[in-house]
Design a protein around this ligand. Structure first.
Ligand code: SF4
Length: 81
């Protein structure tokens, strides 16, 4: 295993007051005070366990207001949320 890692997260800044966060992002759709959905991309379908076996569910990525990603876009003036 190499000690050098080129994964982008290795250079990513830590969340904090100087880093934009999901709660301030144009693509954040809050569902409650502690979490919301990211609408930067279409919802995705993933396998999920069900009582009958394996099923599929389609959903937006679930995020918390204090996390972030490189797709951050500031809300526009007059945006409702
Ligand atoms: S995951 Fe990225 S694009 Fe989605 S709401 Fe958070 S900062 Fe915005």
């Amino acid at each position: 295993m190499s000690e050098h890692n080129d994964h982008p997260d290795d250079q990513a800044p830590a969340p904090g007051p100087d880093v934009p966060q999901c709660g301030e992002c144009l693509f954040y759709a809050p569902s409650d005070i502690n979490a919301g959905e990211c609408h930067a991309r279409p919802p995705t379908t993933a396998p999920v366990p069900t009582p009958q076996g394996l099923g599929f569910a389609t959903a937006w990525p679930r995020v918390t207001p204090d996390t972030w990603c490189g797709e951050f876009e500031p809300k526009r003036a007059g945006d409702a949320h």
